[in-house]
Design a protein around this ligand. Structure first.
Ligand SMILES: Nc1ncnc2c1ncn2[C@@H]1O[C@H](COP(=O)(O)OP(=O)(O)OP(=O)(O)O)[C@@H](O)[C@H]1O
Ligand SMILES: [Mg+2]
Length: 222
């Protein structure tokens, strides 16, 4: 892992797995440990990205196909990288992102049962992101039925319903989960898969332990 630059940690997983909750808790712990960090997300980590987020996560699930989705996600990602992620890392600030490029592979490739080609996604990655990768990607893994139930309960209290992907069938979400596990198996040095079917506090402890192991910072002392 890099020293002088900030670390780039991404949270991945299906709907309602606890990504946003756990990212916020990790950001707080890092802050207390004196590590400058920003919490961000995809899509919508920038002002322009917020406009793309509205298109991508609201409305009819079939309003555009997987190719168009992938292009929109990569437009959001490029702006996110150039305007926010790269400048922060250069500055020594850690960046915690709620989703990144693995989400595009998981949703647009595996979720749709490989309706678009991995070559196209690999090419897009090279074009937009280059050789850059997260230092650590935490996959929160849970039975999609549990995650979707959490997510739907949460969305009932939200003014804008960001349920475009939640509304896809269970087969999509099972493909997605299997896809994430396949990605993790291919690159075990970057990924860590954590069982998300536990309490918020227990999972937070697992994440602190993991980040401590993979960085030079001990977040576990009492
Ligand atoms: N370990 C947990 N046990 C029970 N409920 C949880 C747990 N973690 C999060 N939740 C609750 O489940 C809902 C979804 O959590 P959260 O928003 O963190 O997940 P997410 O992965 O970011 O979801 P989304 O994909 O919808 O953005 C929230 O209402 C949250 O309070
Ligand atoms: Mg979330």
């Amino acid at each position: 892992m890099r020293n002088e630059k900030g670390l780039f940690i991404t949270f991945e997983g299906g709907e309602g797995t606890g990504k946003s909750t756990q990212l916020r808790l990790l950001a707080e712990v890092l802050q207390k440990a004196g590590i400058a960090n920003i919490a961000t997300k995809e899509p919508g980590g920038t002002d322009i990205g917020q406009e793309l987020r509205r298109i991508l996560v609201t409305g009819d699930k079939d309003k555009c196909d997987a190719v168009a989705e992938a292009l929109l996600y990569y437009a959001d990602r490029r702006i996110h990288l150039t305007n926010k992620i790269w400048p922060a890392l250069e500055n020594g600030t850690w960046v915690l992102s709620d989703r990144f490029a693995d989400s595009t592979v998981a949703y647009q490739y595996y979720g749709y049962n490989k309706r678009i080609s991995m070559e196209m996604l690999d090419d897009l990655y090279k074009m937009v992101v280059g050789d850059f990768k997260p230092d650590l990607t935490i996959i929160l893994d849970i039975d999609p039925q549990i995650g979707l139930a959490r997510s739907m309960a949460k969305s009932r209290t939200m003014a804008v319903k960001e349920t475009r992907h939640e509304s896809r069938g269970l087969e999509f979400h099972n493909n997605l989960r299997a896809g994430y596990l396949e990605l993790a198996a291919r690159e075990p040095q970057r990924f860590a898969v954590l069982n998300a079917d536990k309490s918020i506090d227990e999972l937070h402890e697992d994440i602190k332990k993991l980040v401590s192991e993979r960085s030079k910072v001990n977040l576990c002392q009492k």
